[in-house]
Ligand binder design. Structure first.
Ligand code: FES
Length: 175
């Protein structure tokens, strides 16, 4: 799903308009880099290299500045040949969650969805990623799916999560 629009550009007119609307809320154009990256990734499920150049041109930055911002955060995917799935599962493996089995849970979740950590299922539905603290340590080991915290402590919970995702019944789905 990383194809360009009919205009041959990744940053669509609607995205440009949205960024222009957001601009007054940000102190500098550079501060719009994150919203721009999110708009592109929400649509294409990755950030193609050409999109980095387009964002840089639109925000009057060097492509390296956009790339710097993008690579600082772990939430952006750079690989058009392996874009994000419709559902993004993050499994926390920071210390509190690790002590409660976060690492083991990551591998269980990967196994259940048939992917390696960081990988996307063959049907393009699910990407499973390791994460740092997700801010819900009281639910350790913490799992996030498209912004929703999901309790996965038993195999039955994992089966239920699998069924919910197959049915598309969780969190915000991809655009
Ligand atoms: S350490 Fe896992 S959610 Fe905080």
């Amino acid at each position: 799903m990383s194809e360009q629009t009919s205009t041959g550009r990744y940053l669509t007119e609607a995205m440009r308009q949205k960024l222009n609307e957001l601009a007054p809320r940000y102190p500098t154009k550079q501060a719009l880099t994150l919203p721009a990256l999110h708009l592109v990734q929400d649509r294409y499920r990755c950030i193609p290299p050409e999109a980095i150049v387009e964002i840089a041109e639109f925000l009057e930055l060097a492509p390296a500045q956009v790339l710097d911002t993008m690579t600082f955060y772990g939430s952006f995917f750079r690989t058009p040949d392996a874009p994000l799935g419709q559902f993004r599962i993050w499994v926390c493996r920071s210390l509190p969650c690790s002590l409660c089995g976060g690492e083991e849970l990551l591998h269980k979740v990967c196994h259940r969805f048939g992917v390696e950590p960081g990988g996307t299922s063959q049907d393009g539905k699910v990407t499973v990623e390791p994460a740092e603290c997700l801010g819900a340590c009281e639910l350790a080991p913490c799992v996030w799916v498209n912004g929703e915290v999901v309790k996965v402590t038993t195999d039955a919970d994992l089966d239920q999560l699998y069924e919910r995702l197959q049915a598309g019944a969780i969190g915000e789905s991809a655009q």
